[in-house]
Design a protein around this ligand. Structure first.
Ligand code: ZN
Ligand code: ZN
Length: 249
């Protein structure tokens, strides 16, 4: 061990004494990590019957949200399937909020691992799950402001656990700065995505590939739809969408 590594480890050890590791969601003491097993165990899986379009739990074939979207746009979603790791609420909602708005980017690793587990063990999607993992890109200006793109941080462990490459940050980009989604109405939110918001900058990265698109929260499906349409225009064979959590349809 060189001096720098030693000092870094010593620093970590001292930090652990002053700030012992704890679950960022419930505050319980932890030996290591930032999210406890109890919190992860409390994430509520999406229960059957599923909406055939977005994969959320609902009554009937298509959920109200998908039905409304399809009626308003007059077209089917561009993605081939959409699935959620859990129902948006409780501990996962808290964890996602901390990750997105409280700079707790260390939560992306356990959250991404949870999602990968839902894909592999939970069989959220038929295998093989993907040939390449993509994520909803953030506009560079916004990413600089936040310091990271949480969708990419979630996608990293997903790609690693699935054993497939993660799409390069420059290959699939957001070209237009859109207003933050919180607080905007459904209609305005959809309006945000009219036009060319995303672009495939490197078609060789997606051409002919089965793409898994990762995001944090699924709401109307508008973002996933715009991304999937763009990836397919760039040559992707299939685009399946998976998010950490989805609000009930
Ligand atoms: Zn906890
Ligand atoms: Zn639906």
């Amino acid at each position: 061990m060189n001096a720098k590594t030693f000092l870094a480890r010593l620093g970590h050890g001292l930090l652990d004494l002053v700030y012992p590791p704890m679950c960022l969601v419930c505050g319980d003491r932890l030996d290591t990590g930032t999210l406890c097993d109890d919190c992860v165990a409390s994430f509520e899986p999406v229960a059957a019957p599923f909406c055939t379009v977005c994969g959320r739990g609902q009554e009937g074939d298509t959920c109200r949200n998908c039905e409304r979207f399809l009626t308003e746009t007059g077209a089917a979603f561009a993605f081939d399937a959409a699935r959620a790791g859990a129902v948006y609420g409780g501990a996962i909602r808290h964890a996602i909020h901390l990750l997105k708005y409280r700079e707790k980017e260390s939560l992306a690793l356990p959250l991404g691992a949870f999602l990968a587990n839902r894909l592999t063990v939970g069989k959220l999607l038929p295998e093989p799950v993907a040939q390449v993992v993509a994520y909803v890109p953030m506009h560079p200006k916004r990413e600089r402001g936040r310091g990271y793109n949480q969708a990419r941080l979630i996608a990293e462990p997903v790609a690693e656990i699935l054993g497939v490459p993660l799409l390069d940050n420059a290959a699939f980009v957001r070209t237009r700065h859109t207003a933050p989604q919180m607080g905007s109405s459904d209609r305005a939110r959809r309006g945000n995505f009219v036009g060319e918001t995303f672009a495939v900058a490197d078609e060789t990265a997606v051409r002919g590939k089965d793409v898994l698109l990762v995001d944090d929260v699924y709401t109307t499906g508008a973002t996933a739809n715009a991304c999937a349409a763009c990836l397919k225009a760039g040559g992707a064979a299939t685009v399946r969408m998976v998010c950490l959590a989805a609000a009930s349809g």
